[in-house]
Design a protein. Structure first.
Lengths: 395, 70
């Protein structure tokens, strides 16, 4: 029974994604399902995190040392997400077709449930936001698969390409996991940077990493930059089916809806990057350690929903280890789940009030001497003059 | 205006102008034609690549440095 519960808990997000898909198919006010589910997730995450009653244990092993996580079952769950995402996108395409043309299309009833036809502007907005939210939350499956090799890595690229961010798979593995915690990693946010600026710099910074990597690689093998061997170009080209679908179905309006859903899902990816390492510092050349990541141990809703991505410290120590094998390793912890912190960071002053005491504690109890010097400089640059460590940088 | 803001402005201007030209040329009038839709989708993909490249070119490497946050 315990083994069953350990495995079934990772279906939290797939169920929410499927519910959003069903909402889009039913139509009418149900297109807001994704938005309502996100708000509910934030409330549940706040309540469970703040109560401190629910320490979340890793999937773990039984008394014989065998993993509770069932390898084939959880892998299948991740692979199946790709067709689900495609269906979610097709449902959005269908709705934007109805909205743009005013034509009803499709059945009036499925399994006895009435399907609403005709989409108002407000409902189109709700459908776009709902689909964008759950395309974005589904990116965690693409992240997990990006740490594999062969066909499943390619599947991760296709998964990310649905939101126009296929470059993430290379940048995450070959840049973020090697350069974490210093300015060579665009995905690590320095102190004082708000999520909106981080979204831009991290998104374009990761794309730039692959652009430069391919520039150097292709030059070395004597292939021109503009070629099919260029994985930066190929990554964006993998988004062509999505562009085609929206454009073919609904013209300019379809393109606008597609861009809207892309912006939301890419934003959520950068929210995760932001929360996982915000303000943490590593001296260049020093090894990546457990204290260079924020873990989430007090929120089962986050840990199950984000397939243990909150065990960041162990994930960065053993990048190719499956999520159901990750362990608790005493890393820094803000004490709140990702959903709860998402609500905070949307208001940058509220986020700073929340995170500064935790960073001050990190500076004092976790940082090395070299990291403390950098922290003092970064606190000054962030304008955090009330931090215990704060030194004007010497030019 | 910072380099990042300049890059964003350039992207908005370039995308806006090319989008307006394509709109006035009426490329959207034939989007139900699959071959036409595929061809114009490739044009949009090229515009996206140019947009991303412009961000790198205008913002420069220093935009990603932590000291530029101040």
């Amino acid at each position: 029974m315990h083994k069953f519960l350990v495995n079934i808990r990772y279906f939290e997000t797939p169920i929410l994604i499927f519910a959003t898909l069903v909402g889009l198919v039913i139509g009418g006010p149900w297109v807001w399902t994704g938005v309502v589910l996100l708000i509910a997730s934030i409330i549940i995450d706040w309540a469970t995190s703040a109560s401190k009653l629910f320490h979340c244990e890793p999937a773990g092993r039984d008394e014989n040392g065998d993993l509770y996580g069932i390898d084939w079952f959880l892998k299948l769950m991740m692979w199946v997400q790709y067709p689900v995402f495609v269906m979610l996108q097709l449902a959005l395409v269908w709705r934007v077709y109805e909205f743009a043309t005013g034509n009803s299309f499709g059945p009036n009833e499925i399994f006895g449930i009435t399907i609403h036809h005709g989409v108002t502007g407000w409902e189109m907005f709700g459908a776009t936001v709902s689909a964008g939210i759950y395309m974005g939350l589904g990116i965690m499956f693409g992240h997990e698969l990006a740490h594999t090799k062969g066909p499943t890595f390619v599947l991760a690229r296709w998964m990310m390409a649905l939101s126009g961010i296929a470059h993430f798979c290379y940048a995450h593995v070959y840049n973020h996991h090697l350069e974490l915690g210093c300015e060579d990693d665009p995905a690590t946010s320095p102190r004082g940077r708000n999520i909106y600026k981080h979204y831009l710099l991290s998104h374009f910074g990761q794309s730039r990493f692959l652009y430069v990597m391919e520039q150097q690689r292709l030059k070395k093998i004597g292939v021109p930059f503009i070629s099919w061997q260029n994985r930066w170009i190929r990554g964006y080209a993998m988004s062509l089916p999505t562009i085609f679908m929206f454009w073919f179905a609904a013209g300019w309006i379809g393109l606008g809806v597609m861009i809207g859903s892309w912006v939301i899902s890419a934003f959520e990816l950068e929210v995760l990057n932001y929360l996982e390492h915000y303000g943490l510092i590593r001296e260049k050349g020093q090894p990546i350690d457990y204290h260079h990541s924020w873990d989430v141990a007090e929120s089962p809703f986050t840990q199950w929903g984000f397939i243990e991505i909150g065990r960041q410290a162990d994930h960065h120590d053993r990048g190719e280890t499956h999520f159901w094998e990750l362990e608790d390793c005493g890393a820094p912890d803000t004490g709140y789940g990702y959903y709860a912190m998402l609500a905070l960071l949307l208001v940058p002053p509220a986020w700073e009030r929340f995170i500064k005491p935790r960073l001050a504690d990190w500076d004092e109890n976790r940082a090395s001497e070299g990291e403390r010097k950098i922290a003092a400089r970064m606190n000054y640059l962030a304008g955090w003059y009330d931090m215990p460590l704060c030194d004007k940088p010497i030019k | 205006m910072s380099k990042v803001q300049q890059a964003l402005l350039a992207i908005v201007a370039f995308t806006g102008v090319t989008g307006f030209i394509l709109y006035t040329l009426g490329v959207g009038d034939h989007h139900f034609n699959p071959l036409w839709a595929l061809g114009t989708s490739i044009v949009f993909l090229v515009i996206l690549l140019i947009d991303v490249w412009m961000f790198f070119a205008i913002s420069g490497e220093d935009a990603f440095k932590w000291d530029s946050e101040a």
